[in-house]
Write a protein that binds this ligand. Structure first.
Ligand SMILES: [Zn+2]
Length: 400
């Protein structure tokens, strides 16, 4: 983000399979691609980032993450849509362009509120679904070149949105110059990403995988936008998939700067996020958690207990891989949607339908989808009433 080469390695998660590359049974014997997964800290701007960049066409062209299938999100998106339209689109028929629009869930809600919408998403399979549901979507990667083409055909955008995009893109210069090209005067770029602070407060280290090329904090973002005649004018925190930040940027001088920017910069500084020793401490903490979880799992195995994983999120694969938990420990992991009957990348654990798991439940579920802990505990009340237990694998490691 700042063009510095002054990067220091602080977390090496080893050679790792791609977190979203779930395998079909017939693929299990094929050689599986693995890539180094290492996180570096920029000593100049403080950005936490990967430097081993996997070709995005490998990562995103045939994607298995569908926004509509995620719990919690529809309500979040409805509020998001209202904020975008009521606060920033204002004029009727104003254009909203979303980068990484997935299956059009958010844009669909925005369209219903009367704005013109256009999606851009490189996952052809998902863009097709969005188009079928009436959300016009260009199946491509967003960049400066595409931004010019869109502007010519559709006009400038009052609002641009990039959820889980800024952290997924290697070339921030091409992204933000594209945004600044397409954005109308007075327009707003809204984007969401996991917040680096969350990595320290809630140990969301499992969100480190190849698609997440950086973990954002306010300090490097302020610096990024400055380079494009833009400025970050507000940041809000949201408890979605862990704590996310929603950033708001516009052209320089066109928006009042929120107090929250300074407050969060101060918070990041006071947490030591500008200092690499804080990052080494994080890795030590994760290693402690790993040891605790492995001790619990090995004890349970010795007692002959059946253990499975609850949920098959991409981040679960980082956790399994880094903790060293494989098919010798977990009989299966569960899912409710498209991953059923596939196998986890790297660890090759079968994914089964949660409905089938409920019919013949294990003694323990390792809570891989731990960020939905409360919702899951409630949903699996019957399992727990019958003596079933959950193991919380991060933060405070415990049996629930
Ligand atoms: Zn930097």
């Amino acid at each position: 983000m700042c063009k510095s080469e002054n990067l220091k390695l602080f977390f090496d998660l080893g050679e790792t399979a791609l977190a979203n590359s779930f395998l079909k049974k017939e693929e299990l014997n094929n050689p599986e691609s693995k890539y180094p997964l290492r996180v570096f800290f920029c000593e100049d701007c403080g950005l936490s980032q990967l430097v081993d960049v996997v070709d995005p066409s490998v990562l995103f062209r045939n994607y298995v993450y569908f926004s509509s299938e995620m719990p919690v999100l529809p309500e979040h998106f409805k509020n998001y849509a209202e904020e975008a339209v009521n606060n920033f689109v204002k004029s009727k028929n104003g254009l909203v362009v979303e980068i990484g629009s997935n299956d059009g869930l958010l844009l669909g809600a925005i369209k219903n509120l009367g704005a013109r919408v256009l999606g851009v998403d490189p996952a052809e399979n998902i863009a097709k679904i969005a188009n079928e549901r009436g959300v016009e979507t260009i199946p491509d990667f967003f960049n400066e070149k595409l931004a010019k083409e869109i502007k010519e055909k559709y006009g400038p955008a009052k609002v641009m949105i990039g959820n889980n995009v800024v952290a997924h893109i290697d070339n921030h210069y091409d992204l933000i110059s594209g945004v600044s090209t397409l954005l109308a005067d007075g327009g707003v770029f809204m984007f969401e990403a996991p917040y680096l602070v969350d990595m320290f407060e809630n140990y969301t280290f499992d969100t480190i995988y190849h698609e997440h090329l950086s973990c954002l904090s306010v300090r490097p973002l302020v610096n990024l936008f400055k380079q494009f005649g833009m400025e970050l004018f507000d940041v809000k925190l949201f408890p979605v998939q862990g704590n996310s930040i929603r950033g708001y940027a516009g052209k320089t001088g066109q928006h009042a700067i929120s107090m929250r920017i300074g407050e969060l910069l101060e918070k990041e500084k006071s947490m030591g996020l500008n200092d690499i020793s804080t990052y080494f401490k994080l890795v030590d903490d994760v290693d402690e958690m790993r040891k605790k979880v492995l001790t619990i799992l090995k004890d349970l195995k010795l007692q002959g207990k059946k253990i499975s994983g609850y949920g098959a999120p991409a981040k679960g694969n980082t956790l399994l891989s880094y903790y060293g938990i494989g098919a010798d420990i977990l009989d299966y992991v569960t899912d409710e949607t498209t991953k059923i009957n596939l196998y986890t990348p790297g660890t090759h654990i079968p994914v089964i339908d949660i409905k089938d798991a409920r019919k013949n439940p294990p003694d323990y579920f390792l809570l891989l989808a731990w960020n939905y802990k409360d919702a899951i505990l409630k949903k699996e009340e019957d399992f727990r009433k019958n003596g079933g237990k959950f193991i919380m694998p991060v933060g405070k490691v415990e049996i629930l």
